[in-house]
Design a protein around this ligand. Structure first.
Ligand SMILES: C[S@@+](CC[C@H](N)C(=O)[O-])C[C@H]1O[C@@H](n2cnc3c(N)ncnc32)[C@H](O)[C@@H]1O
Length: 279
């Protein structure tokens, strides 16, 4: 079978068409990972050349959502890196709990596992009723799964182990019910959440937040776009608000990183200094 390849000029032209036609700018995504996603897109549509997709990109309804879904990497799991959730539970939630209302902006929600994990922690720490979790992404298909709150039952053993390591106080099955090969998350968790389309590359601040979770998203971006996202996050945080990045991510691309201090350096949990944005 013929090996599919993509020339750099094709990538440039494709991204330019996507940007000019639909306003989605992927030029600041890390090129190696983007190239792999574009190869996947080409295979998905069974076309010989990436630019064969241009007529569809220009005119077909529904094509944009398929392209965005193919370019995004909605890989996630419940209580991913459980030690981070344990630290949030022990060091951040006790402070957040003192606020009458807690807004959490969970960026790059993918299929929602991270948002549900947060909701479970908030429920166990007795503050879910004062909490609103805004979970955003550019992948509408992933957002639809997240909103439905339905996950494959085969993943529950691994998720339950993560939950235990994250300091879970009961059993993960207390928060969902099984139907054949899927589990559905319980209604009280879902009531605390809003899932919405938001593009970090182009859109403004989504909400005023006491905690922003932006894990495993910046790794796909170049330094310029990482800097833009971190500035957006900084703007959204209330004074003394918290930021949690992925374990492979840093604040290096942000020019005012001294606005934050590391609460848990290795776990990438930061706090905005209280002389930060006054709300
Ligand atoms: C690897 S997942 C991270 C999921 C979750 N945060 C976690 O750590 O398990 C990365 C997500 O970032 C989303 N993403 C990529 N570019 C984005 C953008 N410009 N704006 C918002 N979300 C974006 C992707 O659609 C994908 O769902």
């Amino acid at each position: 079978m013929k090996e599919i390849e993509i020339e750099e000029v094709e990538i440039t032209l494709f991204l330019e068409a996507l940007r000019l036609r639909h306003g989605y700018d992927f030029r600041h995504y890390s090129r190696a990972s983007l190239r792999r996603r574009l190869l996947g897109l080409q295979r998905l549509f069974g076309v010989e050349h990436l630019l064969d997709l241009l007529p569809g990109l220009m005119r077909e309804e529904g094509m944009l959502a398929r392209i965005l879904a193919a370019l995004s990497v909605p890989v996630t799991e419940m209580f991913r890196d459980p030690e981070v959730f344990l630290a949030l539970r022990q060091q951040v939630v006790p402070i957040l709990r003192s606020f009458p209302r807690i807004n959490i902006w969970q960026i790059g929600s993918a299929t929602g596992e991270e948002a549900y994990s947060l909701a479970i922690v908030m429920a166990e720490e007795g503050c879910l009723s004062q909490c609103q979790i805004y979970a955003t992404d550019i992948n509408d298909a992933a957002l639809a799964t997240a909103e439905a709150g339905i996950f494959p039952v085969r993943k529950m053993a691994a998720y339950s182990e993560n939950y235990r390591l994250a300091g879970g106080k009961g059993r993960l099955s207390d928060y969902c019910h099984a139907h054949l090969d899927v589990v559905e998350m319980n209604e009280p968790l879902r009531r605390a959440m809003v899932f919405a389309h938001h593009n970090l590359e182009a859109d403004g601040v989504f909400c005023e937040a006491h905690l922003v979770m932006c894990r495993n998203v910046l790794i796909y971006f170049d330094r310029y776009l990482q800097g833009r996202c971190l500035a957006l996050i900084r703007e959204s945080l209330v004074r003394g608000g918290y930021l949690c990045l992925g374990l492979q991510e840093t604040m290096d691309a942000y020019e005012k990183k001294e606005d934050f201090y590391p609460l848990e350096r290795m776990l990438r949990i930061y706090r905005l200094r209280s002389e930060g944005v006054v709300r």
